[in-house]
Design a protein around this ligand. Structure first.
Ligand SMILES: [Zn+2]
Ligand SMILES: [Zn+2]
Length: 353
């Protein structure tokens, strides 16, 4: 079968590789919609803890179940499924508490852990075999493209829920990429008060327009103002927001997130999932600001399933994120370039293998 293949860091090929076989507790899926995000770059350059080469990436995808491994009864052949990428070992304390995104046996496939597209082969391929624990049957109203957002909606929803958002609270979302735009919609669906979305520069201009269309009350380009934190605070009577959610992944974005919360506010930082970003901030911003600061990585037990229901109900619309489509894995190189250069307004470039 055809697959994207990284032989070593910073190199990819489209290659014929052996068709995977579903082991016990696994399902084989014919991939129908699959895409790329900024995290794939961290894997590609070898800056992902637990990542190995050679590797087949792909962690945002959906498809049809075509074969079952031993002991699988949760789905059947022919089911349409979306894939959530963290599969915990199931035995460590975080896993037992449903926090399999924090599994203490990360990267240990023999103990049952899989991080699909990171530590085990992913869905930028014609077929992929994954643990049945990773799959969610797609609601009838959802197509494969919407299903490919199974993991993303979980990541966004979990980050919003980390803050304990209450109805009517004011929210800032920093970083209008796919996850930021989903977090915005989740906050809106959960009855947030005023929502301001912040982006940085011309590359985000179109995304800020999308944010306004999908529930943001105001959008701000932080590079176009002298003091971004003050400019954002000014939109909340100078106090700052109750809740700030960051999905930009840069140091300035994280610093801004901490600086535009109101005193006593809550901040979730979700963008910088790889190592190497250092925060240089006056600590009194956090201490005197009396902030609750949360890190949020991925999504634990059943958050994606709830997210899929929000998509099904129309509370969250994932379609504006899917800006381009290709019908072959041979177009991976173009899709890769478009995604990372944000070419032609690209947010998610969908590939249909
Ligand atoms: Zn991703
Ligand atoms: Zn575990």
């Amino acid at each position: 079968m055809k697959a994207v293949y990284y032989p070593e860091p910073n190199k990819f090929e489209i290659r014929d590789i052996p068709m995977p076989e579903p082991g016990p507790g696994e399902v084989l899926i014919k991939v129908r919609s699959t895409t790329i995000c900024a995290t794939d770059m961290k894997v590609f350059i070898g800056n992902w803890p637990g990542g190995k080469f050679p590797h087949t990436p792909g962690h945002e995808w959906s498809g049809d179940v075509v074969a079952l491994g031993e002991g699988v009864n949760k789905v059947k052949v022919g089911d349409r499924v979306g894939v959530e990428v963290h599969v915990g070992c199931g035995a460590c304390e975080p896993c037992i508490n449903g926090m399999y995104n924090l599994c203490e046996n990360y990267g240990n496939r023999a103990l049952g852990h899989q991080h699909i597209g990171f530590t085990v082969p992913g869905g930028l391929a014609e077929y992929c075999a994954v643990s049945v624990k990773a799959v969610h049957r797609l609601p009838d109203g959802l197509d494969y493209d919407q299903g490919a957002m199974t993991d993303n909606i979980g990541v966004a929803l979990h980050a919003v829920e980390r803050t304990g958002l209450r109805a009517g609270e004011n929210v800032v979302v920093i970083g209008p990429g796919a996850i930021g735009l989903l977090a915005l919609q989740c906050a809106r669906a959960m009855s947030a008060g005023k929502i301001v979305v912040a982006g940085a520069g011309a590359g985000d201009a179109e995304r800020l327009q999308t944010a306004l269309k999908y529930g943001a009350d105001e959008a701000i380009d932080v590079l176009a103002v002298e003091n971004a934190a003050e400019a954002i605070k000014a939109k909340f009577d100078g106090r700052g927001a109750d809740v700030v959610i960051e999905f930009a992944g840069s140091e300035p974005a994280a610093k801004l997130a901490l600086s535009c919360a109101r005193r006593g506010g809550r901040v979730t930082l979700g963008g910088a999932t790889g190592p190497g970003r250092n925060l240089n901030i006056d600590l009194s911003v956090i201490v005197r600001g009396h902030l609750d600061v949360f890190g949020s990585v991925a999504n634990p037990r059943w958050v994606s399933a709830r997210g899929l229901r929000m998509i099904e109900r129309g509370d969250v619309d994932v379609r504006p994120l899917m800006t381009h489509h290709f019908n072959s894995l041979d177009d991976f190189g173009t899709a890769w370039r478009m995604t990372h250069q944000k070419e032609d307004g690209a947010i998610r470039v969908m590939i249909h293998p």
